[in-house]
Design a binder for this molecule. Structure first.
Ligand code: PMV
Length: 400
């Protein structure tokens, strides 16, 4: 057991991000180097975040990790890669003379505890926030100040984009050692205040194939994926950056939908094929296009990752009407869950014209609930000692 004064603990939080130009496929499995660049929006931590405490002590005899209160195997290769990488950076820093030569803390074992403020069961990608938070907390506790893209990336590729707030690109880089494969902020979280994000949580019928195995099979078998990476994404990265910089919602929304559709097309082009979308996902696609057609412009845009949940982008003044349309198409089932979570949404009626334009047979319960959120900041360090998830003995505090 650790004596109180010998323990150094830090607690950090990190956000979820959602890609609007998707990453799918590695050119180096070990270093987690992608076959194309990607661009994402960082979601606000008020609604979705991971909190991680990392503590080091000379009294700890082994590295240990607890996720959502349960101890997990610290020997997982991705976790080990993150730990190795952060310790390498810490050693590099101290040998560069920036600090006392080899501070004792470098040899200390670490205890890590991490929790999400959203249900893991909802099938929302939590690995990006989780590994970004791990990288950030480990860097603080070991005194590392260099770029953390590589540490986060080793856990989960998309995690490097959760190291920044606002709009973030992950430049694929060209070097074999991955030194130029880094995340960079394109615009800060304050850049587009009207932008809103609605997560439509869809009932998942089965556990989809994980992204690691999925993208590996796609790289091996899909000619469409190769074409996408080489001939489509470079121009899309430039165009998406322009749309963000100019706050061009029409362009942003259309390109977001096209890129999501192309990603899912490469999944179908994979052999054996992979399909992440469910019937409800496809009904949401249909609803969005009908909604936009009714208005004669792109007012809402969907994107889907490796699962059936939809993430919908829109501007604040469109939210109430779109949510009314979702309610009409997917009448909520009273299962005790609140249908609307997150940012408050003003109720709005559905006009007869829009109802007719949607032209759907309602699917009760298709959408379990909606989380309303917005663009948010990058990782934060919490100064309050009470925020620590580990007690002075280095073990998880009992859940409050
Ligand atoms: O970082 P991973 O291995 O979880 O892969 C993420 C893949 C997508 O979410 C489908 C796309 C992306 O760019 O986030």
């Amino acid at each position: 057991m650790a004596s109180e004064k010998s323990l150094v603990a830090v607690t950090c939080t990190a956000p979820v991000n959602i890609a609007v130009i998707k990453y799918w496929g590695k050119r180096d499995e070990d270093l987690v180097l992608p076959i194309n660049s990607s661009l994402s929006v960082t979601l606000h931590q008020d609604q979705l975040k991971t909190t991680t405490t990392a503590a080091i002590s000379k009294d700890f005899t082994e590295d240990r990790i607890w996720l959502n209160g349960r101890e997990e195997d610290v020997g997982q290769p991705r976790l080990q890669a993150c730990l190795r990488e952060i310790r390498r950076l810490a050693r590099k820093r101290s040998s560069a003379g920036e600090e006392d030569p080899l501070p004792l803390s470098l040899s200390y074992k670490v205890h890590i505890a991490s929790v999400n403020n959203f249900p893991t069961a909802a099938g929302l990608a939590s690995s990006a926030a989780g590994y970004a938070c791990l990288a950030y907390a480990l860097a603080r506790v070991y005194g590392v100040e260099s770029d953390l893209s590589e540490v986060a990336r080793r856990g989960s590729g998309s995690a490097c984009r959760s190291l920044y707030g606002g709009f973030v690109e992950w430049q694929m880089g060209e070097r074999a050692d991955g030194k130029d494969s880094i995340a960079r902020q394109v615009a800060p979280e304050s850049h587009w205040p009207e932008l809103r994000v609605l997560i439509l949580v869809v009932s998942a019928e089965k556990k989809p194939m994980g992204s690691t195995a999925g993208m590996q099979t796609s790289v091996e078998t899909s000619p469409l994926l190769r074409f996408r990476a080489e001939s489509v994404v470079p121009a899309r990265m430039a165009e998406m950056t322009r749309c963000v910089q100019e706050r061009d919602f029409q362009g942003f929304g259309q390109l977001t939908m096209k890129d999501s559709n192309q990603f899912h097309a490469t999944c179908l082009d994979t052999f054996p094929p992979i399909s992440y979308l469910s019937d409800t996902s496809r009904r949401i696609v249909h609803l969005v296009h009908r909604f936009n057609a009714h208005h004669g412009q792109t007012k809402v845009a969907y994107t889907f990752d490796a699962g059936p949940n939809a993430v919908v982008f829109t501007l604040d003044d469109t939210v109430p009407e779109f949510v009314a349309a979702v309610r009409h198409c997917f009448p909520p089932e009273s299962n005790g869950d609140k249908f609307l979570k997150g940012l408050p949404i003003r109720p709005a009626p559905l006009s007869d014209e829009l109802r007719a334009a949607l032209d759907v047979d309602p699917t009760p319960g298709g959408v379990k609930y909606i989380i309303a959120t917005q663009v948010g900041p990058g990782p934060q360090t919490l100064d309050d000692q009470h925020a620590h998830l580990l007690g002075p003995d280095g073990l998880p505090k009992p859940a409050a």
